[in-house]
Ligand binder design. Sequence first.
Ligand code: DQA
Length: 148
Amino acid sequence: MTRVLVLNGPNLGRLGVREPEIYGSASMADLRRSGAAWGEALDLEVEVRQTDDESELVGWLHEAVDARAHVVLNPAAFTHYSYAVRDAAAQVTTSGLLLVEVHLSNPATRESFRHHSVVGAVATGTVAGFGFDSYRLALEAVAARLAA
Ligand code: DQA
């Protein structure tokens, strides 16, 4: 079965308690459960991970390349400044794998420092602003692209 790693960056382990008016009341554990269910429906083997550590996230992106796994990535704050995450994400897409950047909120409507993504230019595409549905839509996009 086609593998998809759903990778999440810093502070997303605090989902449910962190600024729920922006990020919602559901937790990372809820996302793990939803991810598994969406994967089952789309015939994808979905694994949801979260880390606050930049080097761990870079390592997971390398792992995706080596394992030929597609990636759904919420880089969280790394979105806006991590060239290390950007360079690792580029290795995913240049090796012919899909990488969908996702955000729960719509960064374009928020503080100006969130308006720029250093990852977006190397992603296959981006889904933002739909809460947990951003992840579902990203997985549907992966499944649709693979079926095309
Ligand atoms: C986020 C948006 C980022 O600007 C922020 O730093 C996050 C979460 C989102 O999912 O909306 O941590 O990536």
